[in-house]
Ligand binder design. Structure first.
Ligand code: DC
Length: 224
């Protein structure tokens, strides 16, 4: 039997990736955190395409797509993102990348560049992909679609704790402002904005633990 394709979209720091990862393990699926891809391109741009005034030169970035090779390598079940054979899984969580990723992600050229890559990974089914436009644009025919949301206070707390646990210095107010700005840019952009698919199930996990959120998602999957 062909394994399902599951799309999980939603706001930043609603726990999409960590929850998708656990569900993938339980159901024997591959998990793909698509935000990591946009962060990877942003990291590359910050290394190679910065103007004298410190901003990203987008045209230079677009002209260098041929030099970007993104790849997930399996390390004991965990997919680690490599860019041109460099492990960038920690570097993409930096404050600098978080500050610039929404600008990069709203570019049509960047989205087109990543679209085929994401779709090709889902061709054979058996995948859970999390992001912002998976149920609406990348995999509109996914068997199951979820849209996750939570209060800004709760999301700030979660992202702050994630950064601290990664050993990255963080300031709670700065984390909150970054989430607010990113959500705004992600929701208002012209191409593939952050949006709930009409047929997605909404999960507000402000008052749910990770365990409860997972159980809620699994209950929908088992029901159908
Ligand atoms: O999930 P994340 O916070 O790591 O995502 C980083 C950024 O990438 C987010 O601000 C918006 C963008 N993104 C996107 O535009 N489309 C996706 N499918 C996933 C992420």
């Amino acid at each position: 039997m062909k394994k399902p394709v599951i799309a999980i979209d939603g706001y930043s720091s609603t726990g999409k990736s960590s929850i998708s990862k656990i569900i993938a393990e339980k159901l024997g699926l591959i998990h793909l955190d698509t935000g990591a891809l946009y962060r990877g391109i942003t990291w590359f741009a910050l290394q190679n395409c910065v103007t004298k005034d410190g901003t990203i030169d987008l045209n230079q970035l677009f002209s260098m797509f041929g030099k970007i090779h993104l790849e997930f390598r399996n390390n004991d079940g965990e997919l680690i993102l490599f860019l041109n054979s460099i492990d960038i899984s920690k570097a993409i969580r930096s404050h600098e990348v978080s500050e610039n990723v929404s600008l990069v992600a709203k570019q049509k050229e960047v989205r087109d560049f990543l679209l085929c890559f994401q779709r090709s990974l889902a061709e054979n089914g058996g995948i859970i992909m999390d992001g912002r436009d998976i149920g609406t644009v990348v995999l509109p025919k996914a068997e199951y679609k979820f849209f996750m949301t939570a209060s800004i206070e709760e999301r700030t707390k979660r992202r702050y704790q994630e950064l601290i646990s990664l050993g990255i210095d963080a300031d709670e107010e700065q984390v909150k402002q970054n989430l607010i700005i990113r959500d705004k840019i992600d929701s208002e952009r012209e191409i593939a904005p952050l949006k709930q698919a009409d047929d997605a199930i909404v999960i507000d996990n402000t008052y749910l633990t990770k365990r409860e959120t997972i159980d809620s998602i699994l209950s929908h999957i088992n029901k159908i």
